[in-house]
Design a binder for this molecule. Structure first.
Ligand code: SF4
Length: 316
């Protein structure tokens, strides 16, 4: 598949997910589609690869950057970019930017998002509700048979970090490396997460890092609703014990699952949602940033928002 076809298919996927912006270059998806000669919204072919399959194709070594892909597709990207946006640092997590200075309370009027509250009487089954430490939860996860994922996974990945963390990072589910090591967010995406945290003056040791699902879905397939329902009590109990000031949901799946919403991630970003009484902000998954470096800039904005919530809670 040539670069133009791969790029076009990827953009089609983004558009189906409801996104209208190609953030790095300040271009709209439809504009880029037109540049690639695909005017209008084409009829869907009978079989369409999943976003995950497509992203894996796009992440091949020769296509690492949007600009490279666009250039290979014959688009004069440099002229477009120059006209479209002012100069700005391109790698916020390479050259760590200073944390924003503390803001006054009048600056803290966060845009409100979705509220997910504990209304169900039996939200946390009693066996999980009685677990009173993160270690106990980890042990329980490693013996869990509440959904079939334990059968195909190597081990559970309950999460790790500070039991009194002010910020909790929540991703989708363990991948191959996580399944192998039993640790969340390891490998390249994990290294980027470490940089993202450092950009807001936090270390991995200061936060708690986990996923919605504690066992790896086979072949990294998308988690199923019944698996999420079975596993969510562990996450809720972890949050109850940690009592963080803010949750950061990394990636579409984590965000939509926690917020019980199908709203595209582009529209969930920038808002302060509530998850069982805890402020929750949404941003892109580090693995997605590796495929699309243009999302580093909005991710930087999102984690700064999380940082402001932390600073605000420290003053109140
Ligand atoms: S994914 Fe969650 S619910 Fe399923 S077996 Fe693992 S710990 Fe249990």
């Amino acid at each position: 598949m040539d670069a133009r076809t791969m790029l076009r298919r990827y953009l089609e996927q983004r558009r189906e997910l409801g996104e209208s912006e190609l953030v790095l270059d300040s271009l709209h998806v439809d504009d880029v589609m037109r540049l690639l000669g695909a005017a209008g919204r084409p009829t869907l072919p009978p079989h369409r690869p999943s976003l995950r399959e497509l992203a894996e194709e796009i992440s091949s070594e020769e296509v690492q950057d949007w600009r490279t892909s666009l250039r290979q597709a014959g688009v004069n990207v440099d002229a477009i970019v120059t006209a479209a946006k002012p100069a700005a640092p391109t790698e916020p997590f390479e050259s760590i930017e200073p944390t924003a200075p503390p803001e006054t309370s009048s600056d803290m009027a966060f845009k409100k998002g979705i509220v997910v509250a504990a209304e169900e009487a039996e939200l946390i089954p009693s066996a999980i509700d009685k677990l009173d430490s993160l270690d106990e939860i980890a042990k329980k996860v490693n013996k869990c048979t509440r959904c079939p994922l334990y059968e195909t996974a190597t081990q559970g990945v309950p999460g790790e970090g500070n039991a009194k963390a002010k910020l909790v990072c929540v991703g989708e589910a363990p991948g191959a490396k996580e399944d192998e090591t039993g640790r969340p967010f390891v490998g390249q995406a994990g290294q980027l997460l470490t940089k993202i945290l450092a950009a807001i003056d936090l270390t991995r040791e200061q936060v708690f890092i986990c996923n919605v699902l504690k066992h790896r879905p086979p072949g990294n397939r998308n988690p199923r609703p019944e698996e999420v329902a079975a596993c969510s009590p562990y996450l809720i109990r972890q949050l109850e014990l940690i009592k963080p000031k803010v949750i950061v949901a990394f990636g579409t799946f984590a965000a939509q699952t926690l917020l019980n919403s199908k709203t595209p991630i582009g529209q969930l970003r920038g808002l302060v949602h509530q998850y069982h009484g805890i402020p929750l902000v949404v941003t892109y998954h580090p693995a997605a940033l590796l495929r699309n470096p243009g999302w580093k800039r909005p991710t930087w904005e999102d984690v700064k928002l999380a940082r402001r919530i932390l600073d605000s809670s420290a003053r109140s």
